[in-house]
Unconditional design. Sequence first.
Length: 243
Amino acid sequence: MSIVQAKSSVQPISTISSVLQNLSEEDCSILLKGKPIIRSIQSSSEMKLVAFDSYAQALKEHTKSLKPNYITEFILVLTVPDATARTKLLDRLALAVADVHGYVHIPYYSVRQQTTYDLFDKMEVLSRTTIESGERIVVRQHMEPFDDFRAEYRYERRAGNLTFSGENLDSIIYSYRNLSAVSPHGMRWELYVFEKGEQLYAYGYGAVHAFDLFGLFRDRLEPSFMGRVSAFFAHIAQKLSLE
């Protein structure tokens, strides 16, 4: 795969092909400028992440086992020559994902309603448990047009990387039709941010195995789920901003 050379002060990313695969020239150009890619893909087989280590392999396996019918991918590559600066960015991100109450105020644009809302309008922390290098946080949250449901967020900050995941513990009910749209553990968000040389890579996905009455409610459910995923990853990109 040919790598597009940066035209700005950003250094060429020589390691990119060992981490990301099947990128177009346009993809490379965007990434080499330090800009995020957030897009819908059709299946887990289209994911650009290479299973180059155990975390990357597990992330890909989690996505495949979910068998999602809606999936959004997030990619960001930053050139950060200073090791201390990379550490500070990872620490900043760890604080951001630990602040689950802060998720409420992430702006989410509803294409259907053509209005910007908060990502969630309720976030109640039920428990916080310390795990190795991080936390497990169980919450009860609400997002329109669904009933309240419990979710688990988990993050771990280790030397040189950060892993994060979110998963629903209860069924997600589409309120206006009393439809069980997503079974427990059927919606998952996952993020892997790691150092490789002078680069800081961020790769994530949001995936849902949803029952949309064989596509009848897809035009309502998919934008609601994937729009929130896109908003969350845009928030992550902002937290990793070098500006």
